[in-house]
Design a protein around this ligand. Sequence first.
Ligand SMILES: [Zn+2]
Length: 364
Amino acid sequence: MTANSVLQELAAYRSVNNILSIYLDTDLRSKSKEAVRLMLRDRLRGIEQHVPAGLLQRLADYLDFEFDWRPRGLALFVSEELWQVMPLPVAVPAQAVWAAQAYVRPLSDVIDRFGAYNVALIDRQSLRVFAVRMGEIQAQTEALGEALKRHRQGGWSAQIYQRRQDNLAIHNLRQAAEALEAFTEQAGVHRLVLGGSPDVLVQFREVLPRHLQEQIVGEFVADISASTHKALQLSLDVAQQADLAQEQALVQEAITAANKGGQGVIGMADTVYALHQGRARLLLVSDTFHGQAQVCGHCGSVSVEAAATSPGECPLCGHDAVVAVDDVANLAVRKALETGATVNIVRNNAELDEAGGMAALLRY
Ligand SMILES: [Zn+2]
């Protein structure tokens, strides 16, 4: 079953029981297995009392005995009658959501962005192309241009010879571009990662048709003879970097908009309020954010000072609907899902942390 069909089934899945949706960063290059388990425990805090104990146990057993820890990320959707595991090609911020429906947004994001891309590894003579789907190589092809010969003579004739070699290299790169174009058209996927030496990459980009240039997600430096595994891992790093760069850009967009009084808000109070009003189109939450607050269920006003008002009464709308919320991030994510806003959990972003750990881009 393809990742997309799993996604569609999950999105359409309805059950009388709630579903526990879990996302984990399982990239062991930067952390231990124990750290991953701790992160999961942390994310389950606040919802685990609602989840059947058997499910939590099965989850723990899965990580302890079944998961092979090769994928960099992991998504699980589990309930009394559902058990769906999705290895992910990139690390995702840890999250746990207990709700009536599967929380598929991060999965669909990952499939959208990294589920499918093509890798072209090039040098002046040859091309290797891979189709990467959900972190694995699905298809590959190679093309070999005309051989370039080393020249040992010096002098004037050497210059002519060198020019001829350069022209031949350009000719090969053009052929490689054509072969790549044919491959990507057949693959039907429009994301491209390039690998090679820096000077060849510059030349290759120049000979690529514009529509292929626009597909480039990023580049890595590698020798044409790199192993397939190595090329795959390097391309996954590029995909991950592209993800972080995109998060960074979104955070900056929200902060700039908020500072200019435009379509953006920052900080817990303004963000939750905007979410309540259904004005947010994109929610950004720092993965380390854990805010507590008094939130009015009627108008969405947020107050951090517990004693600011008589218990239960909202200072803004006067309704008797104020409740203490232990994890405002969870509330915000739920509210975003209810109102059709995209959720982006953001990692390692000092700007968002300084802005209060939470921000949103608004529809109006
Ligand atoms: Zn209120």
